[in-house]
Design a binder for this molecule. Structure first.
Ligand SMILES: O=C(O)C(=O)C[C@H](O)[C@H](O)CO
Ligand SMILES: [Mg+2]
Length: 403
């Protein structure tokens, strides 16, 4: 058996923070897992180093399911983003090791390719409708078949998720949370105009997506979904907070615009009612935040029974290790929908050399054994952790609100 002899947490900040777990076996085989939890990175690093790593030493790296159960049931304290990101990192690293030892890419271990490649969606963010469409057309010219559009809201100084024109998208932008002002009324006026203009400028042969970022009440989300129906969106994402899964019934009563939810989910229990009641169309849980490849497959299997497809979160605060895992997962599950793609910076790609590739709007994890991602530890060590928080939003009267 490949015995685990060491496990180390590597924190690096090539432009943004990433937490990576590296597990090593007695024959020298290593595996990587992403454990990055944006804005709360060091809590997962500590959970791993202080509480998980000591339990891994000496275990059989092949027993992925048993290790998963050991860390989940054995801890007594279940679920939650910190715990599940830590379990995910271990799980992902063990799949990486299993693939390397078998001499096969991870997707082959998961049943083989269920499609040629994974469709990915790009991002078009702009301060105005015109800017956004200009960026979207540029992404379409690169071959993307699906594009998420977010534009600034007239009358609001800034909007989360919308970078200043030309700047990279990076929501964790300050060493204490920055604050922005939010107005649902103003937002609801601009979004239908954005998609009307986008269809006029770009036609109908491209999938258009939009992220609402949990900001609306269910009835407001129903109203927006209905207003967007003429523009045939691929999905609206996170229309309302999903702690109350029932709330989605109200949205469903009012619109046929497809709904995607789940980037903040960390277990199948967060998604169970949404899936079983067919209240969503795409489940956005990810490898890193939802317990690894093992648990995400369980979620996907449940979703498949109800014709809910996957649409994994893939913002740049998920490392290339998570991106690779998402592509192996996406290539192999029967109910793949789409994968989010936000290219990492050159600095990040240099720290994490990888085998996955983009071609004509599709991505493939590559044929390297395991996940096909490495970490240049010397380079990683040159980038010190830098505290960075996600922002908060307030209504115009100062009330803290969802974002
Ligand atoms: O990519 C998305 O859909 C997001 O909503 C990005 C998130 O805000 C970001 O990953 C939070 O860390
Ligand atoms: Mg989102």
């Amino acid at each position: 058996m490949p015995k685990i002899v060491s496990a180390r947490v590597i924190v690096t900040c090539p432009g943004r923070n990433f937490v990576t777990l590296k597990i090593e076996c007695d024959d020298g085989t290593t595996g990587l897992g992403d454990a990055t939890l944006n804005g709360r990175e060091l809590s997962v690093a500590s959970y791993l180093t202080d509480h998980v790593v000591p339990c891994l030493i000496g275990r059989d790296a092949h027993r992925i399911e048993d290790v998963w159960q050991y860390l989940y049931k054995g801890a007594y304290w279940r679920r939650g983003p910190v715990t599940m990101a830590a379990i995910a990192a271990v799980d992902t690293a063990l799949w990486d090791i299993k693939g390397k030892l078998a001499g096969l890419p991870v997707y082959q271990l998961l049943g083989g390719a269920a499609r040629d490649a994974c469709m990915v969606y790009a991002h078009a963010n702009g301060t105005t409708i015109e800017d956004t469409i200009e960026v979207a057309k540029a992404e379409q010219a690169k071959g993307y078949k699906a594009i998420r559009l977010q534009c600034g809201v007239p009358g609001l100084a800034s909007t989360y998720g919308v970078a200043k024109h030309g700047a990279r998208y990076e929501p964790a932008d300050a060493d204490l949370p920055s604050e922005s002002v939010w107005s649902t009324e103003k937002y609801l006026r601009v979004v239908p105009e954005l998609f009307k203009a986008a269809r006029e400028a770009m036609g109908w042969d491209v999938h258009l997506l939009h992220d609402i970022h949990h900001r609306l009440t269910p009835i407001e989300a129903g109203r927006l979904g209905k207003a967007l129906e003429p523009y045939n969106l691929f999905w609206i994402e996170d229309p309302t907070p999903a702690e109350n899964q029932e709330a989605f019934k109200l949205i469903r009563h009012h619109t046929t615009t497809p709904i995607a939810v789940g980037e903040v989910f960390n277990s199948i229990w967060d998604a169970k009612d949404l899936i079983q009641n067919q209240l969503i169309d795409y489940i956005r849980a990810t490898v890193v935040h939802a317990g690894g490849i093992t648990h995400l497959r369980r979620i996907a299997s449940l979703a498949d029974l109800y014709q809910v497809r996957t649409g994994c979160h893939g913002a740049t605060d998920l490392s290339p290790v998570a991106m690779a895992a998402a592509l192996h997962f996406g290539l192999s599950v029967p109910n793949f929908g789409v994968q989010e793609h936000m290219p990492h910076t050159d600095e990040t790609d240099a720290v994490f050399p990888h085998a996955y590739s983009f071609d004509d709007g599709m991505m493939h994890p590559g044929e390297a054994p395991g996940l096909g991602v490495d970490i240049d530890e010397d380079l990683a060590a040159t980038y010190d952790y830098k505290r960075a928080y996600l922002p908060v939003a307030r209504l115009e009267d100062g009330t803290l609100c969802n974002w």
